[in-house]
Design a protein around this ligand. Structure first.
Ligand code: SF4
Length: 512
């Protein structure tokens, strides 16, 4: 690895590098780097390849990763963290991996391993005597309070959301949820209840902290069932973010919108209760100084993700597949239970993406159409499908945009966190979320919008329609709604047709 790093550094590639085999996946392809992207917004962030050409960097299968891993392991004594074989996760039950196409960089391998090893990490934290805090629903705020404490590990049991996909519905947790009467009429987050029933996916947390109020019915209903199982659930309220009335004092939120000052104060008081609960669990006070340090680390993660998103959305040649970018975004929520590892791996990934942008290395054909994607996909394979259909992610709203905003550092930490929590797109109206998405589409110059409905999700029945109509009123980009189940194989052709239609209409400048 040292030799590789040195060679890469000589070429200006930074300290981290791909295995030699991964480099072989990148082959020269001469293209016009502005073709098909003429209407996009900020293209200046990407430094064009001085040679004026792109190099194609092919995605690879799990089998290919395994062959490369074996060769890499044989050739390199020095190993970065999280560079083990991905196949072991597939062998352990994460079957969907066998059907995905992956980015071929070491940084992406580490990213996947960080994601897929969380269960082991939580068990290790328990063995090491850490206090385990299970956080539900708020997506990004409470873990920052928890990680202000030593020897506390916070995680989202909601992360079981992807279990039906990753394990291809083979997990006992789904059968347990079914047996408890929580069937497919619920959003895939129902796997969380099953995981609590079977106790197989993560250690029992010392405490669960769940936001209620302006949250989805699915998680609220499931959290009540989890409390009935004998788990200690602490509830805190996040109110519906309403528009301020005339003359009412308002406070700015990190996303540039405003909320009534009274609501910010209320959320701050609720988060103060959360802080007390965590202090009670550990027996130690959480100082403002520790909170400020935790916010700074969260902002470091958010800053890395912001630059990644910016480069991926605006570079003339797409430098990272949609799937890896989605996982990177998700690290903002709770750092996948390893804040230090998350910073390291995001830094590595950003180095890789910067290098690709500088050298004009593209993971997709240059004329793939820039698409804005709304909502996370229940089946990760659909992110591959979008790219196979000629699309390229150039904007996302995966229901976590509040977790991507930088947290204000010029305020007392609890007020800063309250403002951040209130910027959650899910606690405001669907019209507010639609307006926020429409603004981003304009800024990024997206040429098509795909709204991916989540089967069973209580908010998806009408919200998609509101968002689609709002965008159609403001721009003439095609907007397509699809529904993606956790295993979409049986619908692949339908999904392909819908996505291809959006891409082709966009390519020819029409609307739908
Ligand atoms: S996808 Fe929607 S319904 Fe499901 S847990 Fe997330 S917010 Fe709730």
């Amino acid at each position: 690895m040292r030799e590789l790093a040195a060679e890469n550094a000589r070429e200006g590639g930074g300290a981290h590098s791909e295995p030699p085999e991964a480099a072989e996946a990148c082959r020269p392809e001469i293209n016009n780097h502005t073709a098909g992207l003429g209407r996009r917004g900020d293209l200046n962030a990407a430094v064009p390849n001085p040679r004026g050409s792109f190099h194609a960097c092919s995605k690879i299968s799990l089998e290919e990763w395994d062959r490369r891993y074996e060769s890499h392991a044989t050739n390199n004594g020095c190993r970065l963290s999280y560079t083990t074989s991905l196949t072991r996760h597939a062998d352990d039950g994460d079957r969907r991996l066998r059907h995905l196409q992956f980015d071929p960089s070491d940084a992406s391998l580490r990213l996947w391993n960080l994601l897929l090893s969380e269960e082991e990490r939580l068990h290790a934290a328990r063995r090491a005597g850490h206090t385990l805090v299970g956080v539900m629903k708020d997506l990004g705020t409470v873990p920052i309070i928890a990680y202000a404490c030593d020897r506390v590990t916070a995680f989202y049991p909601d992360g079981a959301w992807w279990t039906p996909c990753i394990m291809e519905a083979s997990a006992d947790s789904l059968r347990a949820a079914d047996a408890a009467g929580i069937d497919e009429s619920f959003c895939p987050v129902r796997a969380m209840l099953g995981a609590f029933i079977t106790g197989e996916h993560f250690p029992r947390p010392d405490c669960l902290i769940c936001s209620v109020g302006a949250t989805c019915d699915d998680v609220t209903a499931l959290a009540e069932r989890i409390a009935d199982l004998g788990h200690d659930v602490f509830w805190w309220e996040i109110p519906h973010r309403r528009r301020p009335e005339a003359g009412e004092p308002v406070i700015g939120l990190p996303d540039g919108t405003v909320a009534p000052a009274g609501q910010v104060a209320f959320v701050q008081s609720e988060l103060a209760r959360v802080r007390q609960v965590i202090e009670g669990l550990t027996g130690r006070p959480i100082t403002d100084q520790a909170l400020v340090a935790s916010i700074e680390r969260a902002n470091l993660v958010r800053g890395l993700i912001a630059e990644l998103r910016h480069l991926c959305f605006t570079a003339p040649a797409c430098p990272l597949p949609a799937l890896e970018l989605l996982i990177a975004e998700m690290l903002a929520l709770h750092f996948c239970s390893d804040p230090t590892g998350a910073v390291e791996i995001l830094t590595h990934l950003l180095d890789e993406v910067r290098r690709r942008v500088r050298d004009g290395v593209a993971v997709l054909p240059h004329d793939n159409v820039p698409v804005f994607w709304v909502n996370p996909v229940a089946d990760l394979q659909v992110m591959n499908l979008l790219e196979d259909c000629g699309g390229r992610i150039c904007g996302t709203e995966y229901l976590i945009s509040h977790a991507l905003n930088l947290i204000p550092t010029d305020l007392l930490p609890m007020e800063a966190l309250a403002r951040t929590a209130l910027a959650d797109p899910m606690v405001g109206s669907a019209h507010d979320r639609a307006a926020m998405i429409a603004r981003q589409i304009e800024i990024l110059g997206s040429r098509a919008v795909i709204i991916s409905r989540i089967p069973g999700a209580s908010h998806c029945a009408t919200e998609g329609l509101i968002i689609a109509e709002h965008i159609r009123r403001r721009s003439n980009v095609p907007v397509v709604e699809i529904e993606v189940p956790p295993i979409s194989d049986g619908m692949r052709q339908t999904l392909r047709s819908r996505i291809e239609a959006a891409v082709e209409i966009a390519r020819h400048g029409g609307s739908a």
